[in-house]
Design a protein around this ligand. Structure first.
Ligand code: BES
Ligand code: ZN
Length: 871
């Protein structure tokens, strides 16, 4: 059956490709006739019955019993399958007393549709039947379905673990099932595994006994799961150590680590144990399982996966070594743990009805992970970072705030989770619950945001009318290529806050802009006061100020009277307006110079990111060096204030800021920074003085960029010696900074070598593409030359999209858009289709930006050099 046919016409567009957290899910396959299903399907899953390590063929086999109601007249069944061979019979009656057995006689495998159709010799009678399916399959090495993950024992021996990753549609690679989120079932899982291996699944173990046929095997039986979707089922067989604790609300929490590294699980354990009761209170719904395991998997495509009760992570998203982990890793682990645990409620207990509503899952988890980290680590100032990192992904749930918005929100969440627990929900269901709890028109507001693409640009100008300030606002769709032209411009209901210099932290006025244009009067605003929109940068829109209004805001940046997120948002809006051609890039450079006294890490991080984009753009010109001078000028005052070594009383954010600033200065070739980096690197390599974890990235980057073949060889040696995946990744990410053509080639070859885990190859090649002008060309050529191997490696998973994006988004010449398009026409990557289109669009935007602004930027930089600004 055609999948599209099941989706209401207005939702079909989203199905082609859904993107959240950079992950793309675009091949969704429907199997079977979905209606009517019994409320739950029960699977008795026994799998794998012969896991042999190292694995031989077939790697696993299993049997599945499912209890189904059969409609009269049915003589066939569809099953999704991939790489599984199934043997089926259908029996009527209870499992212990099959009254009649009917063996399937026809197996029609439909590869394209990922399903198998069974036919039975006679028509099935109405009643409840048990479908028994025997199947065999192979453990793949593509990081999806039931696959093997390679690791090395402390003594250097190569071994494999068997692990699962099912979201979105890969459960069918492990066992035959109705692999759709809305077809929930309970699962009784047993695994037959080598007796010296750890075997885990969603639930706790209820029985473990020797396997009669083989004394080296044991059969491990897990408790029945709650009613759940197939994509959340998981099992892991391998060698692991763990640390454990019990959360305040009585859940047994374990963090599984590679053997010998249990210590490195302690940080995540602490976060998880704090987070579970926090969410329980927040949602007012308890965590329903008796245990939760968090496990680090060596080969893992995504960042982490929220399987119910058995959450899987990349090693770098879970393991923290007190000495060798940097502050940003700690923060990342906390966020990822917070994110996946939120899914235990939002996603696992209440599941989206179909993949079109996946954003409900990911959007919510991507927001609440910050709430969780703010609870666990207030010193991280994580909400400011949210604005920078996740702002464009965030959904504005707290649309209209009034008396008790947070309480209303919590109440609405509780209503939603309680009403739909163990069931499936759609976007509108969430709005309805929030609306009921708050009495506010949530659905009406939110529909303008979720049912149409994009978001608005609010243009604002002001006029002083006696003691009042009159604001004229207008909204238009914001497009990356400029504001919307054409008729029928979409309109949004935009909640807007307005603050003034009288009290920069307080909204002086809140309005709901529900028209294309609006005039607003701010009472009692003196002529010398500034006025700003979008207090706290929580509104999902961009703001364009008249020149006069913008001018008046600059002193607020310099003297820091504008709050940090407002400074950040202002700069960020201007940058995107410049890129879209709505204002000149020179305007933004001038604003960037106002950040001389900036102390805030996140504000710097955002500014630095934008300057990085601009640098990449200008690497297409012959005045690249000029922009490096600008970077050095902007960053040296803060660099001098910070110095190289932590001062007493400094915390998390100072460490992040120091790493950022030194890295930026070093990369731009700031002389003093370069010299000190070289000195410290030498001491580090000679073992005289080991670099603190927070200084490693900036130092590695600096010495590599300005180094030679010997530096690269030393880095590769450090990589080989590194015991932690975090350190390996740290090195892998900076290798692309190398400038010499033959070294760049060496890095690219390294990316595909055995030394780099398959999921990390992408960031090495991406690093080369983003590292230099020559790297960009070399990386693209490398991808073309090695396309088959790369495509095969990721089998159309989302890593291929990420690879393409990182590798081509830096081009800024029209003809490259054509070249990229043509290449993928002859080398199709269906799962990355949308990414490829976006990349081509971005290349054209870059090219237009360069043509438009290069000359004026150059003039500005020259003039600046001739008469440096006095600040
Ligand atoms: N459920 C996702 C992972 C996923 C999504 C796997 C779609 C396969 C298909 C998980 O909750 C997630 O969002 N992981 C993020 C990390 C997170 C902290 C943003 C990831 O993998 O990048
Ligand atoms: Zn998620």
């Amino acid at each position: 059956m055609d999948l599209q046919a099941l989706i209401p016409p207005n939702k079909r567009r989203d199905l082609l490709s859904f993107c959240s957290s950079g992950l793309q899910v675009s091949r969704l396959v429907l199997q079977g006739t979905p209606q009517p299903y019994p409320s739950a399907v029960f699977y008795h899953l026994q799998q794998p019955s012969h896991v042999v390590l190292p694995f031989s063929h077939p790697d696993f086999s299993g049997a599945i019993l499912s209890y189904r109601r059969v409609k009269a007249g049915t003589s066939w069944h569809h099953f999704p399958w991939i790489a599984l061979r199934v043997f089926v019979f259908l029996a009527f009656g209870t499992p212990s007393s099959y009254s009649a057995e009917i063996h399937a006689t026809g197996f029609n495998y439909q590869n394209e549709d990922e399903k198998v159709t069974l036919s039975f010799p006679s028509t099935l009678q109405t009643g409840t039947g048990t479908l028994k399916i025997d199947f065999v399959g192979e453990l793949n090495d593509k990081m999806k379905g039931f696959y093997r993950s390679k690791y090395t024992t402390p003594s250097g021996e190569v071994r494999y673990a068997a692990v699962t990753q099912f979201e979105a549609t890969d459960a069918r690679r492990a066992f035959p099932c109705w692999d759709e989120p809305a077809i929930k079932a309970t699962f009784d899982i047993s695994l037959v595994v080598p007796k010296d291996r750890v075997a885990l699944s969603n639930m706790n173990v209820i029985d473990r006994k020797p396997y009669p046929d083989d004394e080296n095997l044991v059969e491990v039986k897990f408790a029945r799961t709650p009613v759940m979707s197939t994509y959340l089922v998981a099992f892991v067989v391998g060698e692991y150590d763990f640390v454990e604790t019990r959360s305040k609300d009585g859940v047994c929490v374990r963090v599984y680590t590679p053997v010998g590294k249990a210590e490195q699980g302690k940080f995540a354990l602490e976060v998880a144990a704090k987070t579970l009761p926090f969410y329980k209170d927040y949602f007012n719904v308890p965590y329903p399982l008796p245990k939760i395991d968090l496990i680090a998997i060596a080969d893992f495509a995504a960042g982490a996966m929220e399987n119910w009760g058995l959450v899987t992570y990349r090693e770098t998203a879970l393991l923290i070594d007190p000495k060798n982990s940097c502050s940003s890793s700690r923060q990342w682990v906390a966020l990822v743990v917070g994110h996946e645990l939120a899914h235990q409620w939002f996603g696992n207990l209440v599941t989206m009805e179909w993949w079109t509503h996946l954003w409900l899952n990911e959007g919510f988890a991507s927001w609440i992970e910050y709430l969780c980290v703010d609870h666990c680590f207030p010193e991280y100032d994580i909400w400011t970072q949210f604005v920078s990192a996740d702002y464009t992904r965030a959904q504005e749930l707290d649309a209209l705030d009034n008396s008790h918005p947070i309480e209303d929100f919590k109440k609405g969440m509780n209503m939603y989770l309680t009403k739909f627990q163990q069931k499936n929900a759609a976007t509108e269901d969430l709005w309805e619950s929030l609306e009921n709890a708050s009495g506010k028109p949530i659905a009406a507001v939110m529909n303008t945001w979720t049912k149409q693409m994009g978001f608005p640009l609010i243009y604002v100008e002001a006029e002083q009318v006696e003691d009042d300030r009159l604001l004229r606002l207008s909204q238009k769709k914001f497009c990356a290529s400029g504001s919307y032209v054409g008729e029928d411009c979409p309109q949004w209901m935009v909640p807007i806050t307005i603050s003034t210099s009288e009290d920069p932290n307080q909204a002086k006025l809140k309005i709901l802009m529900d028209k294309p244009e609006m005039n607003v009067v701010l009472k009692n605003v003196k002529p010398d006061q500034w006025v700003k929109l979008n207090l706290g940068t929580v509104g999902f829109y961009r703001t364009q100020y008249s020149s006069a209004m913008l001018e008046s805001l600059l002193p607020g940046i310099r003297d820091l009277s504008l709050p940090p997120v407002d400074r950040l948002g202002l700069q960020n809006d201007l940058f995107s307006l410049a890129r879209a051609g709505i204002i000149s890039t020179v305007e933004v450079l001038k604003v960037m110079e106002a950040f001389v006294n900036e102390p805030n890490y996140t504000v710097w991080s955002d500014l630095s990111c934008n300057l990085g984009i601009l640098s990449t753009l200008l690497s297409h010109t012959d005045f690249y060096e000029e922009i490096q001078e600008f970077v050095k000028d902007v960053f040296s005052p803060i660099g001098e204030r910070l110095g190289w070594d932590p001062k007493p009383g400094e915390g998390h954010l100072d460490a992040l800021l120091r790493g950022l600033v030194l890295g930026k200065l070093g990369k731009a070739g700031h002389k003093a920074t370069l010299e000190e980096a070289r000195r410290r690197f030498k001491d580090h390599v000679e073992g005289k003085q080991i670099l603190s974890a927070d200084l490693r990235s900036p130092v590695y980057l600096t010495v590599l960029k300005h180094g030679d073949g010997t530096t690269l060889d030393i880095m590769l040696k450090l990589h080989k010696q590194a015991d932690m995946q975090e350190e390996k990744n740290r090195i892998e990410r900076v290798l692309g900074a190398t400038l010499l053509p033959d070294l760049i080639q060496k890095v690219l070859t390294f990316a595909l070598s055995e030394e780099v885990r398959p999921q990390d190859t992408v960031s090495v090649i991406g690093g080369v593409a983003g590292g230099s002008k020559h790297g960009r060309k070399a990386a693209w050529k490398f991808i073309k030359d090695n396309w088959e191997e790369l495509y095969n490696r990721y089998q159309g998973g989302f890593l291929i999209s990420r690879l393409i994006k990182l590798s081509v988004e830096g081009f800024a010449v029209d003809k490259m858009a054509g070249e990229v398009k043509a290449f993928f026409e002859s080398h199709p990557a269906p799962s990355a289709e949308r990414t490829i289109q976006q990349c081509c669009e971005n290349i054209l935007l870059n090219a237009a930006w360069l043509k438009r602004d290069a000359e004026s930027i150059h003039q500005y930089l020259l003039q600046r050099k001739a008469s440096p600004p006095t600040v």
